[in-house]
Design a protein around this ligand. Sequence first.
Ligand SMILES: Cc1cc2nc3c(=O)[nH]c(=O)nc-3n(C[C@H](O)[C@H](O)[C@H](O)COP(=O)(O)OP(=O)(O)OC[C@H]3O[C@@H](n4cnc5c(N)ncnc54)[C@H](O)[C@@H]3O)c2cc1C
Length: 420
Amino acid sequence: MRMMVLKTVLNSIRDVGMNTKPIAIVGAGPTGATLGLLLAERGLPVVVIEASRNFRRVFRGEGLMPSGLEALGQMGLSELVNQVPNQTIGSWEFVIEGRSIFSVDEPMGNNLPCTLVAQPQLLEAVIDRAKAFPNFRFISGETVQSLITENDRISGCSLSNGETIQTALVIGCDGRSSSIRKLSGLTLNEEAKPFNVVWFKLPDTDLIPQSNPFTIFVKGEAVFSLFRSSEGLIQVGWSVQNEDWKSVTDWSETLAEASPPWLADYFRTQNVVEAIPNRPLCLTVTVGHAPEWSKQGCLLLGDAAHPMSPIRAQGINMALRDAIVATNYLVEAWRSADQSLITIFDRALLQIQADRDPEIHQIQSLQAQEAADGMKLHRSAALRNLVKTLAPIVGIGLREKWKLRQRKLRSGTTIVRLKV
Ligand SMILES: Cc1cc2nc3c(=O)[nH]c(=O)nc-3n(C[C@H](O)[C@H](O)[C@H](O)COP(=O)(O)OP(=O)(O)OC[C@H]3O[C@@H](n4cnc5c(N)ncnc54)[C@H](O)[C@@H]3O)c2cc1C
């Protein structure tokens, strides 16, 4: 099967000629790596430029919802997910002021449960697969520093090593602080900073069942989540609203105080104390939406076009679905083009945004609803205590309301199919 794909690719390269300008994809996160592979498999000349030399050096979330796992399946990448470190989530649990309010088992009506997949290894494997195609080039350890414009059209980019690449199209897949967005003059409507996340991993413990519940703890001012990560360590994500976290001198005691007794002892054990980094990583959460994803010769996708909140693991899933839709339109444009390729590409760019915009808006709005519910609890001690006291009565209602919202967060709100 893969030989056949390679043959088709070789034929199409011959048809279009090797001198055709490539599509430059900036950034090899989930958006850029998968888009690069899909376009290369279909014969388009592609160059992917990634700033980091090593996929491990950049922070990457790793939760994939059924919509994202299904997108990887359409790309023929499900087997890679099984080959890299991964862990399924067994359930979602909410513990408020030490009391379990409700819990929902995976896979919640889907075929696949939410799964944590090691992103560095997955991205590396995707890029390795793309490298088998002669029309694919990967440049790592270099950043795109400027864009070249001719007659109001972006026609190339310059890299940190001084190399200049003439392009048919530049696609900014360079994440939430996208430099392609800034260099091209495209803008971002950014929402008020929702919260940030202090993020660190601790040694594994039998206290967390092997079924791997994803547990959200709310106690007093503290809100944190805990789960077993893809490589089997305990991942802590502590939500912070401002700079207060910088004054925390003893993370193990801070976590212990915010935990029910069964977990508090774990945070006070020597292994954990030693594992807590002196300077934990605080990840800035950016949520927003570019009103225009493209201009002539340039397109934004993934977080560059619509930075996603980490709530309910959506960003990678949306990124993968962007890559599929972009492939559909770009490959169709490529195949139907002769001399007027550039005009046809530019039309495709508008179609890609029109196709993806509704789902992105709906998912960001659902994430905002989840955040608003969390914020109500965070701000009101009276509400937390009420929910805690009435848990046996209100727990069922809260559970059903939460489950209803998860349907779209897990499966997406539109049908996304790889058609080419
Ligand atoms: C705390 C936190 C937890 C999260 N957890 C999850 C989760 O569990 N599941 C989920 O689905 N989403 C999660 N997200 C969101 C998710 O990480 C992003 O939505 C997703 O990574 C976006 O993918 P991307 O490919 O568009 O961008 P990125 O993953 O940000 O990749 C961008 C790439 O571009 C490269 N780059 C940047 N600038 C340049 C340049 N000038 N030249 C060349 N290369 C460049 C970077 O090195 C990087 O590799 C989380 C986010 C946060 C903040």
